[in-house]
Design a protein around this ligand. Sequence first.
Ligand SMILES: Cc1cc2nc3c(=O)[nH]c(=O)nc-3n(C[C@H](O)[C@H](O)[C@H](O)COP(=O)(O)O)c2cc1C
Length: 367
Amino acid sequence: MDKLVLNSIKINQIKLKNRVIFAPTSLGLSHKETIEKYREIAKGGVAMIIVGDVPVSKRGFLSMYNKKSKQYYKDIIEAVHNEGALVCAQLHESDSKFTSLIKYIPLVLVKKMTPNDLRNKLNESVPKFISKLSTRKINDIIKNFADASEKATQLGFDMVQVHGDRICGSFSSSIMNQREDEFGGSAENRARFASECVKAIRRKCPNIAIDYKLAVRQENPHYGNAGVLFEELSIFVPILEKAGVNSFHVALANHGELEDTIPPLNHPYFKEQGCFLKYADEVKKYTNLPLCGVGCLEKPEFIEEQLKNNRIQMVAMSRQLIADSEWVNKIKNNEEKTIRYCIRCNQKCLKGMQAHQGVHCIYEGKI
Ligand SMILES: Cc1cc2nc3c(=O)[nH]c(=O)nc-3n(C[C@H](O)[C@H](O)[C@H](O)COP(=O)(O)O)c2cc1C
């Protein structure tokens, strides 16, 4: 029987050979290890790899404009292309000033403050940062998104994803955005920053495929702080589509506990397969663009069912592909029974990243 997950799909001018995408995952590994990890995942049969957190800034760590990082991205792209997969750059800009936290570093070093506390402090500084950003600076950042897309194309990336959970997400959220100008206030105004970024990309790169990571937040119970409120999707989705988005990657918004967006098996609320798909269901009401689901998607039968019901058209996985990069090949070869399932323990992936040891898996080294 045909498996829908193996069917190709077109997004703007690019063709994904199947429906499986490696979700953006900052790996925290050395450059060499990162390239090898991406190569391994591409070899496992996925259609596309999204490289997480590629800065749009012209300076700084991992900027695409710096000679060393430029080579790093080119090496990733070459490795992934050689294995027959496409590569997408997740474009982001920070929504806080890390320098404002330097005073807390000694406390972290003597363990009087945990890295998580530091992250919370950073999140607390976001509303002030967003509200104080001058219009000139806003326009510079919007231009940086357009320039970065052109740069990404020149480096060989096949697609860009606008990260809707950093600065775009913070502008979108009434919790983070307390501006009183045309970028704040109503949902339409809060959507302006993200839509201007997308429009600027579209103007600069008319043919590029643009995906948007639509970070959704919800109340009752409250989850996610930046991003688009569930009830405001009806306003944001058409605005973003009109701006030039070609597909949406739908997830829970962050700027809260990382374990909400990367839920462990015992998460009090997000414990089911496809725990964020209810957001995709809502997005679907306002667009016919392809939707990519993400979050606790591991089981082939469940995924096939969601594709069959047209709930989503693509599936992105992070931890499952870290646990078993051969997921797609195993489906292709009717070897589903041998898939090594992610048990969502977060021990070596999320916690590895938090401990600055890089993303690994409890299965690593085990056959
Ligand atoms: C170690 C780690 C790093 C991540 N880094 C990013 C990132 O850079 N950008 C992003 O948008 N999401 C990031 N994510 C979130 C994933 O893209 C994904 O949404 C989340 O893990 C849920 O999917 P899963 O259940 O398939 O792991 C990361 C997840 C993990 C586990």
